[in-house]
Design a protein around this ligand. Structure first.
Ligand code: IMP
Length: 186
């Protein structure tokens, strides 16, 4: 395929913008203030769940003023196209002993709830001083396990979304906004 055709095929999958850059940065500023108010000067460890949270983490860590360290875990949800297979694997763990930290988990999206439910169970066993979960997006209509983030910045309907860290087959993470992905008609 020629480059122009490839580019056209790529762009055609961006169906419509759901959440703009401006809406995202306003929500991140509010989340930063919320974290500052909750921890009130106590040091925190922000834990980003890769890969989807890398852009979110970069913005949230610059929106907080409390002393803060960052750490990452990598969780891989296996997908066939845009459909979750239900298999979650932790492929990279935190380096820190978290027993001396107030931990704030940052996740891109809560969909079935499986990933965060597993990660929260795992991290609680390591006795952090406290544990909170902030999700950028929440798709409550898709939940298969009982899980709620402490804070969700946006609640969205059951659309597969891309951009601002979220991918489809590893592409579109670099879009500065969140868009609905144009899936094939079922
Ligand atoms: P859960 O375990 O089903 O809650 O899914 C969590 C992971 O699935 C997220 O961290 C994403 O990586 C991925 N995911 C779920 N929904 C979407 C979506 O609409 N777009 C891109 N990735 C998604």
């Amino acid at each position: 395929m020629e480059n122009t055709t490839l580019m056209q095929a790529y762009e055609e999958k961006i169906k419509r913008v759901l959440i703009t850059e401006e809406e995202i940065s306003a929500a991140i500023a509010r989340a930063g203030k919320e974290i500052d108010a909750i921890y009130d000067g106590r040091p925190i460890l922000l834990v980003g769940i890769l890969k989807g949270s890398f852009v979110f983490m970069a913005d949230v860590c610059r929106a907080v003023t409390v002393p803060c360290e960052v750490g990452f875990m990598c969780a891989k949800s296996y997908y066939e196209g845009t459909v979750s297979s239900g298999v979650v694997k932790i492929t990279m763990d935190l380096q820190q002993d978290i027993s001396n930290y107030h931990v704030v988990i940052l996740e891109d999206i809560v969909d079935t709830g499986r990933t965060l439910s597993d990660i929260v169970k795992m991290l609680r066993l390591r006795n952090p001083l406290s544990l909170r979960v902030i999700a950028l997006l929440d798709k409550p209509s898709r939940r298969l396990v009982d899980f709620r983030a402490d804070t969700s910045l946006f609640t969205i309907p059951d659309h597969f979304v891309i951009g601002y860290g979220l991918d489809c087959a590893e592409q579109y993470r670099n879009l500065p906004y969140i868009a609905e992905y144009a899936e094939k008609e079922k």
